[in-house]
Ligand binder design. Structure first.
Ligand code: CA
Length: 227
């Protein structure tokens, strides 16, 4: 099921649009302020963020820019109000993927959302199954990790963890998300477990695990494989 974060303070519009999305089978979370939208987008993985430009506290533009800066590369569809003069170029530069006017036909809104989701799932499918981290070569298809041509031995959990990072290279990965998808548990009570295994993985794939070059910590949130 596709997960959509809907960031909009205008309840009448949001409720109608969310109803339609849910009827189409999307799982939707609604954030009513810019700040809560930003925080949720950081804490959890969504397939798409629908982001209103005019929001109390933090504007849609600011949220988009900050999310991209923080390594969140979820597609963003910006909503503009009727008559709102928006500099599309500025928005696209800040990392938005598309725009739609709020007064458009509901069917157009749905079509834009579906188009963005198709684009992003396409890029996941074609995500490379190999990665090079310094002298470490990872081939997910062959289930092989080598360092300077010599095989590296990873525990099954370390391999799954590495695989998860490689498939989401460049993106912020939260501890909560790792627990859910690598360990298959919910909640963050075991987040120390994640840190221990990431530390173990760093010892194997980084030249100096005290100063990681690839598997980076995103303070207070999680990790990011920077390649
Ligand atoms: Ca608004």
């Amino acid at each position: 099921m596709k997960r959509v974060l809907f960031v909009e303070d205008e309840a009448a519009f949001a409720v109608g649009a969310i109803d339609r999305l849910q009827a189409e089978g999307y799982q939707v979370e609604w954030a009513q302020t810019g700040m809560s939208g930003y925080e949720r987008a950081l804490a959890k993985r969504f397939d798409l963020i629908v982001l209103d430009v005019m929001l109390p506290g933090k504007s849609g533009f600011d949220i988009c820019r900050d999310l991209r800066r923080d390594g969140v590369n979820t597609p963003v569809l910006m909503l503009t109000a009727r008559g709102e003069v928006v500099d599309r170029v500025v928005g696209l530069k800040l990392g938005a993927d598309d725009y739609v006017q709020k007064n458009c036909e509901p069917v157009e809104l749905m079509a834009r959302i579906e188009a963005l989701l198709r684009r992003s799932s396409g890029s996941l499918v074609t995500a490379a199954k190999c990665a090079q981290l310094g002298d470490v070569h990872i081939d997910l298809r062959k289930h092989q990790v080598t360092r300077a041509g010599e095989p590296l031995t990873l525990s099954p959990i370390e391999f799954r963890l590495l695989e998860y990072f490689v498939e989401r290279r460049g993106a912020l990965v939260t501890r909560e998300e790792l627990l859910e998808n690598v360990w298959g548990v919910h909640g963050d009570t075991l987040s120390r477990t994640v840190d221990v295994h990431v530390a173990g993985l760093r010892k194997k794939i980084e030249a100096d695990s005290r100063y990681p070059r690839f598997l980076l910590t995103v303070k207070g949130v999680g990790y990011k494989l920077a390649i």
